[in-house]
Write a protein that binds this ligand. Structure first.
Ligand code: TXD
Length: 320
């Protein structure tokens, strides 16, 4: 066999080799899903992490390549670009100031990565998620169905976990759907949350459901409060990986994803968590559920808050 003949594997470029980025890299290669290029601005960090992960191949026995770099040229020809670059929340920095800083990081990272991978699908992870996804889409020049944000998969996974714990059942039998914006304005839908097809309202008292919804809403903050110096990253990385698997394996999944709305749910020109059919081309379809008035109002309220924060961030950027 001519060793010089190589076959091309799918490639995922991860911008930001922090906690989420490096954990995601590990998941992708150890599942044999794709080769990974990990990029950061901190010299040595992505290279060190990539080498460390590569050396585990001797034990994990996967065949994927992983490279760490500071140079966007090394990310070329990626099938998927994931943006996890950003700064974490710190005491004394307002939400809007952080949003402005992360907006600059996300916009630059997106522009530079997509210049080398113009055919990629873009997944945004950096917070504030729905605002960052919009800005990334704008600068990417990509069609909207190839740009999406990860939040609903994580929020739904958390809700499912709390329900499984409450009922003493395997997580395998729990299905949940959490829509809306990532953070305080997420919209969990207990009506569409089932245990093997049985609505949870048949199995749990309304007050218990409300308690689990509340814990889901505060899921991110609960972990930040415990860790103090950072946020969740194992479940977030697993959530992005599930989206990547749907895309690369063309395993069409129905997942809550921050997608671009053009009239669905009465909303225009905003990225918000909605149920999507996700496949090899990106968001193939947005499902319009027949929401009750209260649910629809919650979704529209979330969209309003996202748009207001987007306007504030755009005004701050314009004033620079
Ligand atoms: O559900 C969700 N969407 C989320 C979002 C779940 C978990 C984390 N969420 C957000 O993702 C979080 O609020 C952050 O905004 C991002 C990344 O979280 P992570 O925990 O990975 O943060 P880290 O460990 O601080 O990593 C960020 C990395 C770090 O290595 C920086 O050096 C790097 O980003 N960074 C950059 N990389 C490339 N280019 C630029 N400009 C840059 N600036 C910082």
């Amino acid at each position: 066999i001519d060793a010089a003949i190589t076959c091309s594997s799918p490639r995922v470029a991860i911008i930001g080799a922090g906690n989420v980025g490096s954990t995601l890299a590990q998941r992708i290669i150890e599942k044999n899903l794709a080769d990974v290029v990990l990029l950061d601005v901190v010299a040595g960090r992505p290279q060190g992490i990539a080498l460390d992960l590569l050396e585990a191949r001797g034990i994990e026995h996967h065949d994927r390549q992983i490279v760490g770099t500071l140079d966007y040229a090394d990310t070329a020809h990626a099938n998927i670009v994931v943006i996890t670059a950003g700064l974490p929340r710190r005491p004394g920095i307002s939400r809007d100031d952080l949003a402005q800083t992360n907006a600059q990081i996300v916009m630059e990272a997106t522009q530079r990565a997509i210049a080398y991978s113009p055919n990629a699908i873009l997944i945004v992870v950096t917070n504030p998620l729905d605002v960052m996804t919009y800005l990334a889409w704008q600068v990417s020049g990509l069609p909207a169905h190839r740009v999406m944000g990860m939040a609903g998969v994580l929020d739904s996974a958390r809700f499912q976990t709390f329900i499984a714990l409450e009922l003493g059942l395997s997580i395998t039998d729990i299905h949940a759907m959490v829509l809306g914006s990532h953070g305080d304005l997420m919209v969990p839908l207990p009506r569409y949350t089932t245990v093997r097809g049985i609505p949870i309202s048949d199995l749990l008292e309304p007050a218990v459901i409300e308690r689990l919804v509340e814990r889901t809403r505060n899921g991110g903050a609960e972990i930040v409060n415990l860790m103090q110096t950072g946020g969740a990253y194992y479940a977030p990385a697993a959530s992005v990986c599930q989206m990547i698997e749907a895309i690369l394996l063309n395993r069409p999944r129905l997942l809550p994803i921050a997608a671009y709305l053009e009239g669905e749910y009465g909303l225009q020109d905003v990225f918000l968590g909605v149920p999507c059919r996700l496949g090899c081309h990106g968001v193939a379809q947005i499902l319009e559920l027949d929401l009750q008035a209260g649910e629809l109002a919650a979704l529209q309220g979330a969209a309003q808050a996202v748009r207001e924060q987007l306007d504030r961030v755009q005004a701050m950027l314009a004033a620079l």
